[in-house]
Write a protein that binds this ligand. Structure first.
Ligand SMILES: [Fe+2]
Ligand SMILES: [Fe+2]
Length: 269
């Protein structure tokens, strides 16, 4: 898992997952090097991943004060309990719904939770972080935020896009993919992650991008995209136009069996 210092105040802990037929989906976590250090999401939970070890290359896990869980999907919670153990002062920033979802499998200790809703702010010592609901999301607990000091936006699943290679997916810069490729990847991801788009009113959906347009962050950090610097306007133009998008439908059982048959070694019956 490469770690990229994409901004003086931000480290990206890069990871990715290959999904047949889709590509290499980035699965990042982040460190915001604030006076009270913030870890944003905690990566994949695969047994060969060691989130704490990767995190240690960016800062001492014991110093972490906040774990901002943008939503409790499993690609965001991999290292959360190991980090809670390693960082005795850390509290998990989430919503009532987020804590509720976590309680269905492995409850977060009540005294380690900090509930924050979109529109509210968190003081992390040298700056405030203002929570917002990104326009694209796949989970009702989703809360991203703006760092009010640097303007950097942490957008959770929004702005994601599968990459053609693991190298690109775990690379430092979304601009390494050509603009047309990035456009298509982000629209495709929107059809996978936000399957409700076919039902939305186009004008209301456009309005949901207003806060991002006003804030105009120079740097956008998505869990599912390499760091995106200097292309916010273009990305918003791409994604604010996807109202009505048909949802992705994955392979069914017959297609899966056909796919698997293609993997059988030569000479097998
Ligand atoms: Fe998600
Ligand atoms: Fe995700």
């Amino acid at each position: 898992m490469p770690v990229h210092r994409v901004h003086p105040d931000v480290s990206v802990l890069s990871d990715s997952l290959e999904v047949p037929g889709i590509g290499h989906i980035p699965a990042n976590a982040f460190v915001l090097h604030a006076a009270q250090p913030v870890v944003v999401d905690t990566g994949l939970g695969l047994p060969d991943r060691d989130f704490l070890r990767t995190l240690s290359t960016a800062l001492d896990p014991a110093d972490v004060r906040w774990i901002w869980l943008t939503h409790p999907d499993r690609d965001h919670t991999g290292g959360i309990f190991a980090l809670l153990d390693a960082a005795p002062q850390a509290r998990v920033v989430t919503t009532f719904v987020g804590a509720g979802i976590m309680s269905t499998e492995h409850p977060l200790p009540m005294d380690r939770i900090f509930l924050l809703n979109p529109g509210q702010s968190l003081d992390v010592g040298d700056r405030t972080l203002t929570a917002f609901r990104p326009p694209l999301f796949d989970n009702p607990a989703t809360v991203g935020f703006f760092d009010d000091r640097t303007g950097v936006c942490f957008s959770s699943d929004c702005f994601g896009g599968p990459m053609p290679s693991a190298e690109l997916a775990e690379g430092p810069d979304a601009r390494d993919l050509a603009p047309e490729g990035l456009h298509d990847a982000q629209v495709f991801w929107a059809s996978v992650d936000s399957v409700w788009l076919e039902n939305v009113d186009a004008r209301k959906f456009q309005d949901s991008w207003q806060l991002l347009r006003e804030r105009a962050p120079e740097l956008v950090l998505s869990t599912h995209l390499p760091a995106a610097s200097g292309i916010t306007g273009r990305m918003i133009d791409t994604l604010s136009a996807v109202a009505g998008l048909a949802p992705f439908v994955g392979p069914d059982q017959a297609a899966l069996e056909q796919l698997l048959a293609g993997f059988e070694p030569a000479g097998s019956p």
